[in-house]
Design a protein around this ligand. Structure first.
Ligand SMILES: [Zn+2]
Length: 71
């Protein structure tokens, strides 16, 4: 059982978040996998195809990369 400990730890650290698409506004339109606060794999909006790339910090990425959004 000890041999599987690492795998289970990694799985535990992976979080799935559903967010509203910042571009088209689709409710829970994007399913984002996060591990250690970074995205895992590309996350694509079902409706408009807006893509969040792998390896970014989701909250920071959304702040800096939403078209047409003003701070
Ligand atoms: Zn969208």
């Amino acid at each position: 059982m000890i041999a599987f400990a690492d795998c289970q730890d990694v799985r535990k650290m992976t979080v799935i978040r559903e967010i509203d698409c910042p571009v088209c506004g689709a409710r829970d339109g994007i399913e984002v996998f996060e591990r250690e606060n970074q995205t895992v794999g590309d996350s694509v909006c079902d409706k408009c195809g807006y893509t969040i790339p792998e390896g970014v910090v989701l909250d920071l990425f959304l702040e800096d990369n939403v078209p047409g959004r003003t701070k």
